[in-house]
Design a protein around this ligand. Structure first.
Ligand code: UTP
Length: 290
């Protein structure tokens, strides 16, 4: 089986970024000049995904507008001879029919958001990308995972080693140490205290899941934080199928929190030669103050 479809849950409330996320989805916040969601969609296409599924919520318009035509803007750019910008906004429009939107009526949790895509995904393995995990990599992380999936034909979650004191922020693997970046998962614990964590391997926002996960999510079991958690569903999937953890190659920015978001902006800005020349002297001056 091949992975063709990718689900993008973008229906969270984004409370950590309020009031910026009052009228737009968190995934529309920009890193330099591109919204987070665009980086994730580009990663999916570059990995060979052909069907994009957005699970949207209250701020669905901002996402739809971003990936749709904006005729007035395009007309103005054409009239003003801004060809490069025109090309850029037009390149964003995917082939007709390759994007599907579905609604999560209430933000009941990530597991519930993924379940909302069940009828569109159907009976095949699929990817899930959380756009607030932004990963810079030579080979797109999803592509790395899809190659592993071709070998293993089992669900795979991307993992990273975290500091022991941070285990309570993540879903944590109960698994042997990684061999060639892969480990078979024995169990999963959502946000364990450092002294209770079975490892320091934390799940981050890239998954390849087999469709049996939908049968489990159908149970709508409520977990940590009163939300329907994908980690709980995967812990149950483990009882009937193999599930693997995969340590991706790349640099991850956790853009779901404000500090991580600013780090990504800084790193991506300094990667741009035109911005670097202006930013570096400014940053050097600024750090003298602290
Ligand atoms: P987060 O746990 O980061 O929650 O969701 P959030 O609501 O986006 O942000 P905070 O914590 O309030 O600041 C992880 C991913 O799951 C999606 C979010 O959009 C994000 O991509 N999600 C979460 C949903 O689509 N629906 C939900 O009910 C919950």
């Amino acid at each position: 089986m091949k992975v063709r479809k990718a689900v993008f849950p973008v229906a969270g409330l984004g409370t950590r970024f309020l009031p910026a996320t009052k009228a737009i989805a968190k995934e529309m916040l920009p890193i330099v000049d591109k919204p987070l969601i665009q980086y994730a969609v580009e990663e999916a296409y570059a990995s060979g995904i052909t069907q994009i599924i957005f699970v949207t919520g209250a701020s669905k318009k901002s996402i739809e507008n971003h990936f749709g035509h904006t005729y007035e803007l395009e007309h103005m750019l054409l009239a003003r001879g801004k060809d490069a910008q025109l090309k850029e906004v037009q390149a964003l429009i995917p082939e007709s029919g390759s994007i599907i939107y579905t609604l999560q009526n209430q933000p009941l949790g990530l597991g519930h958001a993924i379940w909302c895509a069940r009828n569109i995904v159907g009976n095949e393995p699929f990817a899930v990308l959380l756009a607030d995990d932004l990963i810079e990599a030579d080979t797109p992380v999803l592509k790395q995972m899809m190659e592993k999936f071709d070998e293993l034909q089992s669900s795979i979650v991307s993992v990273v080693e975290v500091d022991q004191q941070d285990t309570s922020k993540y879903g944590i693997l109960d698994a042997d140490p990684l061999v060639n970046n892969v480990t078979k998962i024995r169990g999963l614990v959502e946000k364990p205290k450092p002294e209770e964590a079975p490892s320091n391997l934390a799940i981050i926002g890239r998954y390849i899941l087999t469709p049996e996960i939908f049968d489990i999510l159908e149970g709508k079991e409520v977990g940590a934080g009163g939300e329907i958690q994908i980690t709980d569903a995967m812990a149950r999937l483990l009882k009937t199928q193999d599930v693997y953890g995969y340590r991706y190659e790349g640099t991850r920015f956790d853009c779901g929190n404000k500090a991580g978001f600013q780090m990504a902006n800084l790193a991506f800005s300094l990667d741009r030669p035109d911005m670097r020349n202006r930013l570096l002297p400014f940053i050097r001056d600024l750090i003298k103050k602290y």
